[in-house]
Design a protein around this ligand. Sequence first.
Ligand SMILES: [Ca+2]
Length: 210
Amino acid sequence: MSLKNRIIGLAAIGAAALAVAAPLASAKQAAVAKTVLPSTSACSTLSYSQVFLPFGDANLYFLTPQGSFEGAIDGWTITGSAKVVADAGYAGGPVADTASLELSAGSTATSPPICANASTPTFRFFAKALAAGAGTAGVGVSYLDASGNKYKGSGSFVATAGWNPTAEMRVRTNKIAVDASGWGSIQISVTAPSNSALRIDDLYLDPRMH
Ligand SMILES: [Ca+2]
């Protein structure tokens, strides 16, 4: 990937950039600290590939834990309702794809903790709206910063009626709390439009410096 391409890629995601909100109350921070920071022992052995090369994106990505919805999904938290359905988001991709997650209208799925640090600035996934003229879908990112505060960013996208990769969505990872191994974690959430169910699949993070 050339520097020029990187700059263009980052410029393109400007509209989807995730704004960082004020930290939550301190009582909540303590609880989050226990639940969000995972073991980072697996972070140094992640497998990277140019997943989105067929879509003109030469960056290296790794598949997030349970991000393909092909096996267990017990690490995901659902607000509202969701189910695994036999509709692959990216059948031609590197994952042997048979299933995706269908969120009912207005429901939210929050990922398990994902290895992240300052070198993992963007993520992408596949999405498909079930209703024609579906409204805006929401995306959120949360993580603990180096001061122990929980930061939460939010963005949005319009899902198409067929499966397509989302634009690159940016994570402001430069403030993530990391341990001695150099890794911390983020959680990504996706919210279906209020007027349409939404299917999602194959959530990938981009490690810029790998
Ligand atoms: Ca899948």
